[in-house]
Design a protein around this ligand. Structure first.
Ligand code: 5GP
Length: 195
């Protein structure tokens, strides 16, 4: 995309998708963005996975059962949904539409399958990819989170596929060396979106 096309896209966009392979520091980054920008409405996804220690219902995710999730798919409740690591994850269409109407910047932290679905429905959506400084760093973060070695191996493998999509299809990519400077770069993009 040329810089002129990007400027036009920023002018019209209200949806920002943030995709980051597991262990990239995404949760900390989103908290930092929320702190610094009141206009951001962060979507809380629906998932069939079980809560991890420290996660709160309705804040980290809406944790629901598979039958309920599948019913929501049939009812057209989701703007996008995907199966990631054996669990289903999805974004409420209603949340997006309501917050666009309120002139909020809607921030979705979803995987690349979801990011590409959002782009199809909302072509002005801005897709931002966050990459870990290195595979080693990513592995350390996953270990700290208490993931099993089998899970870590799988997530590192899948994130190399995610990385390819981020590089080929996303509008912006940043390496998350430190939260402060990555947050600043994302806020600079958001600040160009017309209020
Ligand atoms: P985790 O289980 O580690 O919180 O998330 C696993 C993956 O699912 C991450 O890549 C995360 O971005 C993605 N994810 C979380 N919510 C959604 C969602 O609503 N839709 C999609 N497509 N992916 C999601």
């Amino acid at each position: 995309m040329t810089s002129r096309q990007k400027a036009k896209q920023l002018h019209k966009s209200r949806i920002v998708v943030l995709s980051a392979p597991s262990g990239t520091g995404k949760t900390t980054l989103v908290n930092e963005l929320k702190k610094r920008c009141d206009d951001i409405a962060v979507s809380v996804s629906y998932t069939t996975r079980s809560p991890r220690p420290g996660e709160t219902k309705g804040i980290d995710y809406h944790f629901i059962g598979q039958d309920n999730f599948k019913k929501k798919i049939r009812d057209g409740f989701f703007a996008e949904w995907a199966k990631v690591y054996d669990n289903y994850y999805g974004t409420s269409k209603d949340f997006i539409e309501k917050n666009i109407k309120k002139s909020k910047i809607v921030l979705l932290t979803i995987d690349t399958q979801g990011g590409l679905q959002i782009k199809k429905q909302y072509p002005e959506a801005i897709l931002i990819g966050i990459l870990p400084p290195s595979l080693k760093e990513q592995e350390i973060r996953l270990k700290k989170r208490g993931e099993t070695s089998e899970n870590i191996r799988r997530r590192l493998k899948e994130s190399s596929m995610e990385r390819k999509i981020l590089i080929e299809k996303y509008d912006y990519r940043f390496i998350n060396r430190d939260i402060e400077s990555t947050a600043r770069k994302i806020l600079s993009i958001i600040s160009k979106i017309k209020k």
